[in-house]
Each structure stands twice: as C-alpha cells, then as structure tokens.
Design a protein around this ligand. Structure first.
Ligand code: GRF
Length: 190
C-alpha cells in the first residue's frame, strides 16, 4: 500500500482529480490533506471525499514534530497541489525524492519566487509565448528548481487572454497530473 499526503492552499481541483483517480486503487491511499489556508475551498473538497484534513500553522510547518507526524503516518509520497509555502529544508531532507510539485508553466521559465497562479499566466501572455504547459518536478529547498519529472505543452494563439491561457494549462493538469503521480508510485514499487 502506497500512502500519499496532499498539500494544498487553494481551490483544490488537483486534489479532487487525484483523489477521484485513485478511488478504485486498493494499493494507493490518500492518508490526509495538509492545508495552510482556512479559507481554501480544497478543505470542502477533502471533506466531501472523506479525506482527513490537517490544518497547519507556519510554526507547525517548520517543526521537527510535523516531520515525525508524517513519518509516523508512513507517508510514501507528498504531493504539492497548489501549496504556496516554500518547504523547509529539514522536511525536504526527511523525504528525499518523495515530494513532488506541480507548476503551471514550462520550467525553468516562469518559475521561482512570486511565480504562482495568475502571475505565471500573465507573464506568459506578456512575453507573447506561443505555447505554455505544466511541469511536475521533485521538490528541493530551492523553489521550482528540482529535477523535472514530466512536462506537457499546449499551443497558444495571440488572441488567447490570460484566462484562456490559465484554462488551457489547467486542462493539462486535470488530464496528466494523476497519471504522472501513478507513474511515480509505480516506480517506487520497483
Ligand atoms: C495549479 O495551477 C498548480 O499548477 C499550481 O497551483 C494551482 C492549484 O490549483 N501550483 P488547485 O488548487 O489544484 O485548483
């Protein structure tokens, strides 16, 4: 049995998509959802999916106790699905090649500090890019700099608004993020 913890801060569409994708899997379970934003709609989604929610404060998040909590839960893979806090080095070190993140652009472009959500799509639009995409990467202490696991692209037209770009990219996430998580888990079993 592979045990996942999904970290969220916002709407939670990736959380929902991943949870629904693994519903029929007997050997993959989402142990909990870790959330740092009491207003996140992802909390409602987790409740509807019957997944325990662990609300986290900044102090908690940087504590050794939180790392021990995840280790005691035998978490095999931490999935950052729209989680907006940078992970502390001790947490990353405690889960080497066991933490993945999804970023709404084709890293290394449009990554790093301040590059999240609409800020990314606005930058892609402003640069007149002819394509955008999503990136799944291993998490390191340096924001958005970890080894890339997978990328998916979509073509853009000059008429595309920032919202169009965001929607096109979001469709990729809904399609491919669960599948890539599954591939990562299968590799862990080898
Ligand atoms: C996604 O666009 C993801 O790429 C980014 O944060 C967003 C989260 O969306 N890191 P949701 O909360 O899963 O709907």
């Amino acid at each position: 049995m592979k045990r996942l913890s999904i970290f969220v801060s916002g709407n939670g569409t990736n959380l929902q998509r991943i949870a629904e994708y693994f519903l029929e899997y007997w050997d993959i379970t989402i142990v909990n959802v870790v959330c740092n934003n009491p207003k996140a709609y992802a909390i409602e989604r987790a409740k509807k999916l019957d997944i325990p929610v662990r609300m986290i404060t900044k102090q908690d998040f940087n504590s050794e106790a939180f790392i021990k909590e995840l280790q005691d839960l035998d978490i095999d893979l931490i999935v950052l699905a729209g989680f907006l806090w940078k992970l502390p080095e001790n947490l990353v070190k405690a889960f080497p090649k066991k933490i993945v993140n999804i970023h709404p652009a084709l890293l290394p472009k449009y990554g790093g500090k301040g590059m999240w959500g609409h800020h990314v799509h606005e930058a892609v639009k402003a640069a007149g890019e002819t394509e955008t995409g999503m990136t799944i990467h291993w998490v390191t202490p340096v924001c958005d700099a970890g080894e890339i696991i997978a990328q998916y692209k979509v073509a853009l037209s000059p008429e595309d608004t920032v919202d169009d770009i965001a929607e096109k990219e979001h469709q990729l996430e809904m399609e491919y993020f669960p599948k890539e998580v599954e591939i990562i888990i299968e590799r862990m079993k080898e």
